[in-house]
Design a protein around this ligand. Structure first.
Ligand code: ATP
Length: 456
């Protein structure tokens, strides 16, 4: 793997993929803005996910729920009381850390802090003289728990203000709409609800580019099923989540399953798919068997009956939930890492090329007139193609430089317009990965590209 975080950050910044947030004001820690190329790539990732898990999945339905929800939702889900991280401050350099992360890094993963109490973590850090990654001293405050939800308030007058939270996960939007979707879609259990949307977490130690940010997008799918069938569907979703990544072009050797050692008290099983990021093996997505905890809690807190009535057996029950959750931004980072390559060319030059799946690439075709005076014909071809798929147009600089620019943003095909095009209506089509060139007519071009850019 050739990508390092620095190389990715620089490429993204230079090629309009991702910029530091609020950059002209000196930035705002761990916020990132997607640029013209990046927004297309991320939208394509989301589209591929939606197609696979909502549109093509039998009995699956989409929702787009509000970010701001009734605060009782977060009492029911447990977030107001237990969505916390164990934070410690370094007394020497005043930086803030997560105690569990410090232990994990110090023990190189050999010790599992998830299984420890706060007191045990404090003791471990003292006994093993774990040091601050910033200043190297071992002098920390005791652990304080810190709620990760961003809090704001609603109301026109000061007195009337109510606390509201920016949602820390999208999942609750699916749970609170369980009855609505079931009724209006006449859905029969088992069925699924998918959603893509923003989530916000006041992470203590955000960082590593877009791996962990305070604002991010999640793609989540909740599968509602009957107790007893949950094990089978859990295994099913582990496979579906894996297959989606492989179909996006991931090398299976860069992926692995990681079962959770410690489960939430309501969960029956939980597993992550980890990816070999430039920072090492880390969570890319999670699959959880959440039992009937979520719907039962909402029934308890809202007073609504969340039971499903089986129309055949007349049995009433609260369905189990298999949750599959993946961050769109974290997947974007994985896609960028996986696609990045440096290839040595004849003559010793090195080309940087992003081998995205064509369905993910921002532009499918770059239209390049060999000379500026061929611009009219090239524009005509561009205008025709862009009606079918996103294209870009470039007439500045040598053809070699223009190819490199397209390689760096992963455009799968470059179409060169030359003087023969004016005579016989043919163009040169260059393949990004093999760099092979073929000659074909403008009429054949569209169908040729369409076939290659599909995500199935
Ligand atoms: P982590 O252990 O990395 O904090 P988590 O287990 O809390 O993640 P979940 O709550 O299961 O994560 O969220 C589901 C997915 O959302 C994660 O697998 C990840 O892809 C993404 N995600 C979670 N937190 C962030 C974040 N701060 N920034 C970007 N993506 C995130």
């Amino acid at each position: 793997m050739k990508a390092t975080m620095d190389k990715l950050v620089n490429l993204c910044k230079g090629r309009g993929i991702i910029f530091p947030g609020s950059e002209i004001y000196g930035g705002m820690g761990n916020t990132w803005d997607y640029g013209p190329v990046g927004v297309e790539i991320k939208n394509n990732i989301k589209r591929a996910w939606w197609k696979r898990f909502v549109q093509e999945s039998e009995n699956s339905f989409g929702v787009d729920a509000a970010i701001l929800m009734n605060s009782r939702v977060w009492d029911a889900s447990g977030h107001t009381t237990s969505f916390t991280d164990p934070k410690m401050d370094c007394k020497n350099c005043k930086t803030r850390h997560r105690a569990d992360n410090l232990i994990e890094a110090h023990s190189k993963g050999a010790v599992n802090p998830d299984a420890m109490t706060n007191e045990e973590m404090e003791e471990y850090i003292k006994a093993n003289k774990v040091v601050c990654p910033k200043c190297g001293k071992s002098d920390f405050t005791n652990i304080r728990t810190f709620n990760l939800m961003f809090e704001t308030s609603r109301g026109v007058t000061e007195e009337g203000q109510n606390v509201v939270y920016l949602r820390p996960e999208t999942a609750q939007g699916e749970f609170v709409n369980f009855l609505n979707v079931q009724r209006t879609s006449r859905a029969k259990v088992p069925f699924g609800i998918g959603q893509i949307g923003k989530a916000f977490r006041n992470e203590i130690t955000p960082g590593n580019f877009i791996f962990r940010t305070i604002e991010f997008e999640q793609m989540e799918h909740q599968w509602f099923c009957k107790e007893g069938t949950d094990g089978e569907y859990y295994a099913d979703f582990k496979k579906k989540a894996w297959d989606f990544l492989v179909d996006l072009g991931f090398n299976p050797e860069h992926l692995r399953y990681k079962d959770h050692d410690k489960l939430a008290q309501y969960a029956k099983s939980a597993c992550d798919i980890q990816y070999l990021f430039p920072i090492g093996w880390s969570e890319l997505n999670g699959i959880h068997n959440r039992t009937n905890y979520d719907l039962s809690r909402h029934a308890e807190f809202s007073g609504k009956n969340m039971e499903y009535l089986d129309p055949i057996t007349n049995e009433k029950y609260v369905p189990y939930v298999i949750e599959y959750s993946i961050g769109a931004d974290r997947l974007m980072l994985a896609v960028l890492t996986e696609a990045y390559d440096e290839e040595e060319l004849e003559g010793g030059d090195v080309r940087v090329v992003m081998h995205f799946h064509p369905a993910i690439a921002a532009y499918k075709v770059a239209v390049l007139p060999l000379q500026k005076k061929l611009g009219d014909k090239a524009r005509e071809i561009y205008n025709k193609l862009v009606k079918s798929f996103p294209c870009t147009y470039d007439e500045a600089g040598s053809i070699g430089k223009r190819y490199r620019r397209q390689d760096e943003i992963g455009t799968p095909f470059c179409v060169t317009i030359d003087f023969d095009t004016l005579e016989d209506g043919t163009v040169t089509l260059r393949d990004r990965d093999s760099m092979e060139q073929i000659r074909l007519s403008v009429d054949e071009l569209e169908a040729y590209v369409e076939k290659k850019i599909k995500f199935n």
